[in-house]
Ligand binder design. Structure first.
Ligand code: AR6
Length: 177
């Protein structure tokens, strides 16, 4: 059977999928890295929707492990799911559980909004300093368990900005077969 998980080297803002996932900051107000790239390429409507979501939630920040959805402005995707990854400390501050929740909640939200395809960046592995191999293992495991339960037709794309990250994902995926 054709794999529903693919790994590509590239820029997530260019992906023509139903949903792209943003590694957002708690404020939901945009920032650097993939977050900055998504807001720049998508235009101001994404930030306006993020602000509206914040206001609905009493102007409180979005906690790590949570995910919210907006439309995608000028991007080729239909929606952006903004999830807040954990900041890596020593691995004993619930970082793995929070990272797992980012993937699970994003996948859930995508399916609830009718998505048939979703692209993920390597959440938390940039400014938030999560060790890359551990983060990739969590990402692959969570996606696999989600797909194996009942979301057989969802296509999941891991978009790696760095070539080494793509190699890492490919190695881990191969190793699990
Ligand atoms: N497409 C795909 N991946 C990208 C892109 C892109 N255009 N740009 C960067 N990456 P980071 P975090 C990769 O720092 O660690 C931000 O300032 C990058 O190589 O974007 O979750 C937010 O506002 C790395 O592998 O996210 C938050 O404050 C991965 O995306 C904070 O950083 C994640 O790097 C979130 O930190």
């Amino acid at each position: 059977m054709r794999s529903r998980i693919t790994v590509v080297h590239g820029d997530i803002t260019k992906q023509a999928v139903d949903v792209i996932v943003n590694a957002a900051k708690s404020s939901l107000l945009g920032g650097g890295g993939v977050d900055g790239a998504i807001h720049r390429a998508g235009g101001p409507s994404i930030l306006a929707e993020c602000l509206a979501i914040r206001q609905k939630k009493g102007d409180c920040p979005c906690p790590p492990g949570e995910a919210v959805i907006t439309t995608a402005g000028n991007l080729p995707a239909k929606y952006v799911i903004h999830t807040v990854g954990p900041i890596w400390n020593d691995g004993k501050q619930c970082e793995p559980e929070l990272l797992r929740a980012c993937y699970r909640k994003s996948l859930d939200l995508a399916v609830k909004n009718g998505a048939r395809s979703i692209a993920f960046p390597n959440i938390s592995t940039g400014a938030f300093r999560y060790p890359k191999e551990r983060a990739a293992a969590i990402a692959i495991h969570e996606v696999r368990s989600f797909l194996s339960i009942n979301h057989m037709s969802l296509e999941v794309r891991f978009v790696c900005y760095e070539a080494e990250q793509m190699e890492l994902y490919l190695t881990l995926i191969k190793g699990e077969y």
